[in-house]
Design a protein around this ligand. Structure first.
Ligand code: AHR
Length: 616
């Protein structure tokens, strides 16, 4: 088989071709990228009425020495639940170490020697009381602690306590404890513990942020996904509840993925994340629809206004109503919001017949004519029956299907909206928890998208990440626990497409009798060394080795075609996966090319992804 490339003809690939999709699923935000260590910091996880669930907080002590309850006495209007501790014991009648409460974070807090942590909480009491706040390792040893005394005439009023502690040892499975050995009644609310060392101090866990940043995404779609819709509208993501001071955010039940979220990584942080990644934000907002209910067309206007307000929050002047809230959060400069999606997977007839979509579309177009509006309806077979700049396409299927879908957009309408493949993945049996097989098939699909990049302008994998302790959707690209992380093969293959954004797709013909091969060629400039390269990517989705050569027409005769490298993703076992203990079992391997490319016949291993970078 041979790929014949014409180095003189091609067309540009969109600058935003390759990006990422972040959703609060699998504890990707709270318990993941968002570095907050405390889970259920406002004791609101059971809802706004009392008694509310304090889980995963546990009580230190027993009913003979402490009674813990919840009431609605918080100083924060949007999250009234507070924790009350009636401490019945006094000094030596208390157990050693005192009584109180303990929070394990998200399956253990990662506390590291020499690192500093900011602990904040709100407290009031009936009388002055000494509290000890500590990080405690899994063996019960204190890693850091500080003593706090509520005193003076203000003791009965809510007071914010702030402390920075430094850990004297490391334990990846620690907890935060607030204890006392003094009789009295104490209320606590909004307890937070964050490492001081987060990405640019913006609250993102460094290692996870870096792994996303290494994909050099050109856009960030967020915050969902079904998370935006909710299983029920009352639990949908409503951006206004996720901005402003963290302690005033109500949090909400992520009922579609079945866990409580404190919304530390809210709308503002999503925009900030995009900016920090050097990516354009693609904001998906709730359009009055959940999985089980939706508002009537005559009640849709508040949702339309909410969307407009959200855009103003992102890019309005710092003196505008919502822009000023953004400015008060430390970002007077507008965010570069150019893409919005009217809901997620909401292309049902009822919705469109009721014409709700058009209400959003017209309102946004009128106020923000430059914003690219994304519809959730698939326009790949028939043209859309409504206006949109881009349509969204999602696909989760088996490996054979996704491999064959490398031609999916070959015959899609060329006029009209562009395509955003915002969610794709091989799943179920072929994928396991992230197999090589899945990645190989996905690579073929991505090559197909690249070849159709005259209409496919954006693509992102889903889901991006998962906390291994509660993986609600598998596979995912990045898997982590409190202190470790690894990329699945589907993560690594994406790295081969980083250079595609803004590159030139070269005209090429694959001369082959095999039905297992898919290949493409792009020309790109490497931003680090300033050199021009041709990158050939080829997938072998078959069970036998395929011989493969490359022929390039139109290169100047003095151009060097060697000194390049092969990046390979393969294994004899197609169901191989990466893990914390073997994070690079399936990962790209760089091998220098021995020969000039024209003279090379390369044996493509079965089920493999190979990429040739040719310096030209
Ligand atoms: O990526 C997981 C889910 O799949 C997303 O939330 C949703 O959009 C799709 O159904």
């Amino acid at each position: 088989s041979k790929l014949v490339i014409d180095a003189n003809s091609g067309r540009p690939i969109s600058d935003t071709f390759f990006g990422v999709f972040y959703e609060e699923i699998n504890h990707a935000g709270g318990g993941g990228l968002w570095a907050e260590l405390v889970s259920n910091r406002g004791f609101e996880a059971g809802g706004s009425s009392v008694p509310s669930s304090i889980l995963p907080w546990t009580i230190i002590g027993d009913e003979s020495n402490i009674i813990v309850s919840t009431d609605r006495s918080s100083c924060f209007d949007r999250n009234k639940v507070a924790l009350r501790m009636d401490i019945l014991c006094q000094r030596i009648s208390c157990p050693p170490g005192g009584v109180g409460i303990s929070n394990p974070g998200y399956w253990g807090m990662n506390i590291e020697q020499g690192k500093k942590y900011k602990i904040e909480f709100y407290v009031r009491a009936t009388s002055p009381i000494n509290l000890e706040v500590s990080f405690v390792g899994s063996n019960g040893v204190k890693l850091a602690s500080t003593n706090i005394r509520t005193f003076g005439k203000n003791v009965a009023n809510w007071t914010k306590m702030e402390n920075i502690v430094e850990a004297n040892a490391t334990d990846h499975n620690s907890s935060l404890q607030i204890t006392t050995s003094q009789k009295g009644i104490v209320w606590l609310d909004q307890v937070s513990a964050m490492p001081l060392d987060t990405y640019k101090g913006h609250g993102f866990r460094n290692d996870i942020f870096q792994m996303v940043a290494d994909l050099k995404p050109k856009f960030l779609r967020f915050p969902g996904g079904c998370f935006v819709e909710g299983d029920n509208l009352r639990n949908a993501f409503r951006w206004k509840d996720t901005v402003g001071p963290w302690e005033q955010r109500p949090g909400h039940l992520n009922d579609i993925w079945k866990y409580w979220t404190d919304d530390g990584l809210g709308y503002f942080e999503g925009l900030q994340l995009a900016e920090d990644l050097g990516a354009l934000p693609v904001w998906v907002f709730n359009n009055g629809i959940s999985h089980h209910d939706e508002v009537d067309t005559n009640a849709i206007s508040p949702f339309v206004q909410e969307a407009l307000d959200g855009i103003e929050f992102a890019r309005g002047s710092p003196t505008s109503q919502w822009g000023s809230l953004r400015a008060s959060m430390g970002h007077p400069h507008p965010f570069d919001l150019k893409y919005v999606s009217i809901g997620n997977e909401d292309c049902n007839l009822k919705y469109f017949l009721a014409n709700k979509y058009m209400k959003f579309y017209k309102a946004i177009r009128r106020v923000y004519p430059d914003i690219q509006i994304i519809s959730n309806c698939d326009g790949s077979v028939n043209p859309l029956n409504h206006p949109a700049d881009i349509y969204d396409f999602h696909i989760y299927t088996n490996s054979k299907d996704i491999f064959s879908m490398s031609t999916k957009f070959d015959n899609a309408p060329r006029s009209g909206p562009k395509v955003f493949v915002s969610e794709y993945a091989v799943w179920k049996e072929d994928a396991g928890n992230g197999s090589l097989l899945a990645a190989v098939a996905e690579a073929a699909f991505l090559i197909g998208l690249e070849k159709n990049s005259d209409i496919v302008s954006m693509v992102s994998y889903a889901p991006l990440m998962a906390n291994i302790n509660d993986r609600l959707w598998t596979p995912d690209a990045i898997v982590f626990n409190s202190y470790q992380l690894y990329g699945t093969p589907s993560y690594w293959l994406q790295q081969l497409f980083i250079e595609s954004s803004g590159a030139t797709l070269l005209n090429s013909t694959l001369q082959t009798s095999s039905t297992s091969l898919v290949a493409s060629a792009i020309q790109y400039k490497n931003s680090q060394d300033g050199n021009n390269y041709i990158r050939v990517k080829v997938v072998n989705f078959g069970t036998v080795v395929e011989n493969f050569g490359i022929s390039i027409n139109g290169l100047k005769s003095n151009v060097q075609q060697t000194g390049s490298s092969i990046v390979l993703l393969t294994s004899p076992n197609i169901m191989d996966e990466n893990s914390f203990s073997e994070p690079n079992k399936i990962a790209p391997l760089r091998v220098p090319l021995e020969k000039k490319i024209e003279d090379l016949t390369y044996g493509l291993p079965p089920y493999s992804i190979t990429s040739f970078d040719l310096l030209i």
